[in-house]
Design a protein around this ligand. Structure first.
Ligand code: ZN
Length: 383
């Protein structure tokens, strides 16, 4: 399995300048490639192949005075920029012809120096390495200090260097890891991703968004308000934009840390993990949109999924048609529609339910049933 490991980088001013040059060159090659294909299309010429494109916008371009400076950065960085363009085209074609499911993908767009995120990728061919002094050595850039927050489990196959909107630098290593099954656990769990809590488990555990996340979110809201009051084009506005980006980054980091801790713990403790298939994009259109996106569930669910695969656990999403909060997990009776403000209810069978824990228990039951019937169709509760 391929995993990403991200670490903060602290380039020197000279290295920052070299990185800015590399970001710029990668962007130019990407845009030149895109432009060449768009021109060919307008002139009714055939689609330019990946190999031909690389020859035109890298090899031949370097020989012209206008693009001679492309030679100042690692050739691998330029090739990888084109590889990104080719992937963007393939995804677009697959989406347009219906081969790829999910929301429609737009055709590739020009990259701008004003984009929030600048990135370049070095593969093994680029001979990047980690020095004896634990710095990241990048060709034509230098040895960059890294804050190693954990060990890399194996030799990385590539590294992407990213500069985010807050002006921070990161190295994102791709490492192929072998799966490491954990000892079997007897427990399994259903998880309800509720609105009153971040997550509620079938064993009755309720996990809130941590207080420091709420604090970071408050700070973000304040920074956004400050920004909206600044005059367009002013220097103060520029400063406020950076402030918002920094506050944003802090919220995202905090949320990711929390999701990592929780998903690791759940995967370690349980042999099978079931969550409701949220179809987040569907919910996103309603007025719940903000809380749905804010809670960052989809990234949490993604973590559960890859950690389950890695540690030999079973993971499944339960479909949304399943009325998890309206079904009594004791007797299987269905109550009528329940407004979101109803937090607990009593079933005619006598069982008193906490809304979210009951939902998590139903998700667990549906997951177990699906798993037992894995060879047949899915089991649906009698309506
Ligand atoms: Zn009941």
């Amino acid at each position: 399995m391929q995993l990403r490991y991200n670490f903060r980088l602290y380039p020197t001013p000279g290295q920052r300048a070299a990185l800015a040059r590399a970001f710029g060159c990668a962007r130019v090659v990407y845009n030149d490639g895109l432009q060449a294909r768009q021109d060919a299309r307008q002139q009714g010429l055939p689609y330019i192949s990946d190999g031909e494109l690389s020859k035109r916008v890298i090899t031949q371009a370097k020989k012209t005075p206008e693009r001679a400076w492309l030679g100042e950065v690692s050739a691998v960085v330029l090739q990888q920029a084109l590889a990104d363009l080719n992937t963007a085209y393939r995804n677009f074609f697959a989406s347009a012809t219906g081969k790829r499911k999910g929301p429609k993908i737009a055709p590739p767009r020009l990259r701008s120096r004003k984009d929030n995120r600048q990135a370049i990728r070095f593969t093994r061919n680029a001979r990047f390495s980690i020095t004896a002094g634990a710095k990241l050595r990048l060709p034509k850039i230098g040895d960059i200090p890294v804050r190693w927050s954990r060990d890399l489990p194996a030799e990385p196959s590539s590294v992407t260097v990213v500069k985010d909107a807050a002006g921070r630098y990161f190295a994102s290593f791709v490492v192929a890891t072998s799966d490491v099954p954990l000892p079997e656990s007897a427990a399994d769990v259903g998880i309800d991703l509720g609105l009153s809590h971040f997550a509620v488990t079938s064993d009755g555990r309720k996990v809130d968004n941590p207080r420091f996340l709420r604090r970071a979110e408050r700070r973000l809201r304040k920074a956004q308000q400050d920004l909206s009051r600044k005059a367009k084009g002013s220097n103060n506005r520029k400063k406020a934009v950076v402030k918002v980006a920094k506050a944003h980054a802090r919220v995202a980091d905090t949320r990711r840390d929390g999701a990592h801790k929780l998903s690791t713990q759940i995967i370690r403790d349980n042999q099978a993990v079931y969550v409701e298939n949220l179809a987040v994009s569907g919910l996103g259109r309603t007025r719940l949109a903000k809380s749905v996106h804010d809670a960052g569930w989809s990234s949490f669910v993604g973590m559960l999924e890859y950690k389950a695969a890695r540690y030999g656990r079973h993971f499944a999403k339960i479909d949304r048609w399943f009325p998890s909060s309206k079904l009594c997990s004791e007797c299987g009776a269905l109550t009528e529609a329940m407004p979101l403000n109803v937090r607990s209810w009593q079933c005619p069978c006598g069982a008193v339910h906490d809304r979210d824990v009951n939902a998590a228990r139903n998700i667990l039951a549906a997951g177990r049933a699906d798993r037992l019937n894995a060879c047949g169709g899915t089991v649906r509760p009698a309506a």
